[in-house]
Design a protein around this ligand. Structure first.
Ligand code: CMP
Length: 224
């Protein structure tokens, strides 16, 4: 990608908002823009790390798996969010895999310019810390969900997390395959299918066109 294009992208990334134009120019020179189609691994759990990434468009899942290949989805990342910074900070292997859920455009910043950027700018350090703290809060919430809610509550929590307020209604617009929900809440796909059917029959969720779902307010009752 041309240097000017990289620069234009970098200027729009919240993480880098505090950098001067000169710093952004330097960074743009060492930044690579990539596109991966759906289902591709950007970062593999256990690998050594050379770069961190900023997602420009598309969604990707952060996933861990055990030796038997069982998988758990820790998070879904969207545009403007960064990933791959943990192993650059602590020099440990990659903590998880990051796999595209749809076509994704992203920027790769290699280790040296990333470290330099952190050293030079307190604002960038703070932005990275804010991102990490946000994830810790989210992880705390997930632990609570897994420890305290039954499977109906866990499914309800995922649906609410992925919903948006549209014309006063809570709508899940993104297609959420049962298998992916199952990997987020530590349940089987069959169990998730049963729960979704139950929620539909009892009027907690209403299927709309194009795989979208409307959530009724009473679904919150499952969170207590
Ligand atoms: P790293 O360990 O370098 O590679 C995997 C990346 O996944 C990690 O950096 C983080 O950027 C990201 N990651 C790991 N755990 C979580 C989580 N719980 N929520 C969101 N992102 C995560």
């Amino acid at each position: 990608m041309a240097h000017e294009d990289s620069l234009a992208f970098l200027q729009r990334v919240p993480l880098l908002a505090s950098l001067s134009e000169e710093q952004l120019h330097t960074l743009a020179a060492s930044t690579v823009r990539r596109n991966f189609s759906k289902g591709k691994t950007i970062v593999a759990e256990g690998d050594p790390s050379q770069a961190m990434f900023i997602l420009l468009s598309g969604r990707a899942k952060v996933q861990r798996s055990d030796t038997e290949g069982k998988e758990v989805i820790l998070a879904v990342i969207g545009p403007g969010e960064f990933f791959g910074e943990m192993s650059l900070v602590d020099d440990e292997p990659r903590s998880a895999s990051v796999i595209t859920l749809e076509s994704c455009d992203f920027l790769a910043i290699s280790k040296e310019p990333f470290t330099e950027m952190m050293v030079r700018s307190t604002d960038v350090c703070l932005a990275v810390m804010r991102g990490l703290v946000g994830r810790l809060r989210e992880a705390d919430r997930k632990i609570e969900t897994l420890a305290l809610l039954d499977v109906y509550g866990r499914v309800a929590r995922v649906l609410l997390d992925f919903s948006e307020e549209i014309d006063g209604e809570k709508i899940v617009r993104t297609k959420l395959p049962r298998q992916e929900i199952a990997k987020m809440i530590g349940a089987s796909r069959e169990m998730v299918s049963r729960v979704m059917k139950g929620l539909e029959i009892d009027g907690y969720i209403v299927p709309l066109d194009k795989g979208r779902l409307a959530l009724r307010d009473k679904i919150r009752g499952y969170l207590h």
